[in-house]
Unconditional design. Structure first.
Length: 167
């Protein structure tokens, strides 16, 4: 009986075949897709993860690290308008949330009206033509809580001017 292949040569051939499959699988996307034609490689798309989303308010971006607290959230939608309060929580630094909302609210065409910072709470007020948004960021023991409130702006009113709204 003649032995055609030794176990050592079979292992070497198997290792080469597996290596070829591994290299073609890992590098195939990188070399097969052409970034100049608008396609991105697998490596590039993994580095561009979604870091923020729009929830009920279509023009207020929320970081993905924050999760909605459903029992403390009330949103009312009518045709053409959505208002209410979304409460969120996460383990995010208050300073980074402040910077996030400052940058992204302005990108979504909100005007900064006021910002108040205290040791445990930050309040940010933004306005558009027909709406006002108030973002409150509060540090607690385990989590940082964020409340995003949106309400319609009262037409012609810029504040209380001597007259009482209760009259």
């Amino acid at each position: 009986m003649k032995q055609g292949y030794s176990i050592k040569s079979l292992v070497n051939i198997l290792a080469i075949v597996l290596l070829a499959f591994f290299v073609s699988g890992c590098l195939g996307d990188t070399f097969l897709k052409n970034p100049e034609q608008g396609q991105t490689s697998g490596i590039q798309s993994k580095s561009r993860k979604t870091t923020a989303v729009y929830y009920d308010f279509e023009d207020i971006l929320i970081p993905m690290e924050l999760k909605v607290v459903k029992d403390r959230t009330v949103v009312i939608s009518t045709p053409g308008f959505t208002s209410g309060i979304i409460t969120l929580k996460g383990r995010v630094e208050r300073r980074s949330l402040f910077n996030f909302f400052s940058n992204n609210m302005q990108k979504d065409n909100w005007n900064v009206i006021s910002q108040i910072k205290s040791p445990g709470t930050t309040i940010m007020v933004f306005q558009k033509t027909s709406r006002t948004a108030v973002i409150t960021i509060r540090d607690e023991q385990l989590y940082t809580y964020v409340e995003v409130g949106v309400a319609p702006t009262v037409a012609g009113e810029t504040g209380l001017s001597g007259s009482s709204l209760l009259e």
